[in-house]
Write a protein that binds this ligand. Structure first.
Ligand SMILES: Nc1ncnc2c1ncn2[C@@H]1O[C@H](COP(=O)(O)OP(=O)(O)OP(=O)(O)O)[C@@H](O)[C@H]1O
Ligand SMILES: [Mg+2]
Length: 247
C-alpha cells in the first residue's frame, strides 16, 4: 500500500533522513521505534507531504505521492495525526470533529454516520461534545485527535506518539481503540518511543537510529530482542522526556 525507496529529507541544508526504505501492506500496523531525534516524526511528515523529500520516492496505492502537496495527499485518505495532537484548543470537541471531515465534504459517508463511528470507539467524546478541546484531559485530547482523523475516513493512518504524556491506563484505552480500527481494516504506521506498547499492537517493526533503519523484524521478534528491550523499553518513564511533552 505504501512504499518508500531511498527517501532523503531534512530541514534546510541539514539532512535528517539518509535513505529510508520501507513498505506497509494493506491491513498492516507497522511501528517505527527510535530515540529522540532519530527522525521518526520527519519520516511521517515526509509521507504526509509536510516535509519535502530531497531524494528517493514515496508510492501510495501505486502512485508517486512525493511530488503532491499536503492537501492532495489528504484527499487520497492518507491522514496524519501529528505529534502533540494539534487540536483547535478554543473550539469545541464537535467543531474539531467537523473540521476533521472537511477534506471529505460532499463525498464519503454522511457526517452523522462518521460521528457515530467515532463515538462508538470513544464514548467519552460524545459526552463532551460542546466542551472546549483545550480543556479536555490529555487522554481525551488524544481520543479527539484520533476521532478527528477518522472523520476524514482514512485508508492509511499515520500516528506520531499517541501515548506521549499519558498514564498507562489511558494509553490502554487509546490502543484498544486503535486495535479495533485495525481489525476493521485500517492500515497504520505508528511512531513511538516506547517500543513495548507499540510492538504489542503492531505486526511488524522498524528500529530507527540517526535517520537510518537499523533493524526490521516481526513485532514479536523485536519484543523478544534483548537489545531492543534494553534500549527502547520503558522510554515513557525517562525523566528527560517529561519536560518535553507537547500537548
Ligand atoms: N522544523 C525543523 N527545523 C530544523 N530541524 C528540525 C526540525 N524538525 C526536526 N528537526 C531536527 O531533525 C532531527 C529529527 O527530528 P524528529 O522530530 O524527526 O525526531 P523524532 O525521532 O521524531 O524525535 P522525538 O522522539 O523527540 O519526537 C532532529 O535533529 C531535529 O532537531
Ligand atoms: Mg517525534
Amino acid at each position: 500500500m505504501l512504499e518508500l525507496r531511498g527517501v532523503r529529507a531534512g530541514y534546510g541544508r541539514i539532512e535528517v533522513l539518509h535513505g529510508i526504505d520501507l513498505t506497509v501492506g494493506e491491513g498492516e500496523i507497522l511501528t517505527i521505534v527510535g530515540a529522540n531525534g532519530a527522525g521518526k516524526s520527519t519520516l511521517l511528515k515526509a509521507v504526509s507531504g509536510v516535509v519535502r523529500i530531497s531524494g528517493g520516492s514515496i508510492t501510495y496505492d501505486g502512485e508517486r505521492i512525493d511530488p503532491l502537496g499536503v492537501e492532495n495527499i489528504v484527499s487520497r485518505r492518507l491522514i496524519q495525526i501529528p505529534e502533540g495532537r494539534r487540536l483547535f484548543g478554543p473550539m469545541s470537541v464537535e467543531e474539531n470533529l467537523q473540521l476533521g471531515g472537511y477534506s471529505r465534504r460532499g463525498s464519503g459517508s454522511p457526517v452523522a454516520e462518521r460521528l457515530e463511528r467515532v463515538f462508538a470507539l470513544f464514548p467519552r467524546l460524545k459526552e463532551r461534545l460542546s466542551q472546549q478541546a483545550g480543556t479536555l484531559s490529555g487522554g481525551e485530547q488524544q481520543m479527539l485527535a484520533v476521532g478527528r482523523a477518522l472523520m476524514a475516513e482514512p485508508r492509511l493512518l499515520l500516528l506520531d506518539e499517541p501515548s506521549m504524556g499519558l498514564a498507562p491506563i489511558v494509553v490502554q484505552d487509546i490502543f484498544t481503540g486503535l486495535r479495533r480500527l485495525n481489525q476493521e481494516g485500517l492500515t497504520m504506521v505508528l511512531v513511538e518511543q516506547d517500543a513495548r506498547i507499540a510492538l504489542s499492537l503492531a505486526h511488524r517493526g522498524l528500529v530507527m537510529e540517526r535517520g537510518r533503519i537499523v533493524l526490521e523484524d516481526s513485532a514479536q521478534a523485536l519484543l523478544d530482542n534483548p537489545e531492543v528491550r534494553a534500549i527502547y523499553f520503558g522510554r515513557r518513564n525517562a525523566g528527560y522526556r517529561r519536560g518535553m511533552e507537547k500537548t
